[in-house]
Design a protein around this ligand. Structure first.
Ligand code: HEC
Length: 107
């Protein structure tokens, strides 16, 4: 009986909390929300432009040439020994290799 009583209280409390969360209003004005969205999308477009820019490095290849749809960007832990680098390298070393040394040796 006690367990049922507590379960009911917990259930009512959880429902009240969830209802409060559902009704929480965005503290931003519509104009502020638009500004933030536009700022975010400008960054996304800039990143997309860089991803497809073959002039970023010196081998004429863009990230997207070798990593179509983000392939082979599986999360490894860096630094690590990397065959392409022939040494223990950082993620920065790897990306630098990608756009300076890598030549069609796409994954
Ligand atoms: C010439 C082809 C080529 C180009 C161009 C290229 N990559 Fe790579 N990238 C590779 C290869 C090959 C690997 C090594 C994959 C492996 O050993 O698992 C790699 C690995 C990576 C990794 C490490 C993935 C992991 O498993 O940790 C990242 C991150 C990455 N590239 C990002 C980029 C970015 C950002 C660009 C553009 C600036 C780029 N790559 C351009 C071929 C390329």
């Amino acid at each position: 009986m006690k367990l049922a009583k507590y379960s009911l209280i917990v259930g009512v409390a959880a429902t009240a909390v969830l209802a409060g969360v559902a009704q929480a209003k965005d503290p931003r004005t519509a104009a502020q929300a638009d500004d933030e969205w536009n700022y975010l999308m400008a960054a996304v477009e800039k990143g997309d432009g860089l991803w497809h820019n073959g002039k970023l490095g010196s081998n004429g290849l863009a990230c997207g040439n070798c990593h179509p749809d983000g392939s082979a960007t599986n999360p490894h832990t860096w630094p690590k020994y990397q065959t392409n680098l022939g040494k223990v390298g950082t993620l920065r070393d790897m990306i630098n290799w990608c756009i300076t040394v890598g030549r069609g040796s796409c994954v």
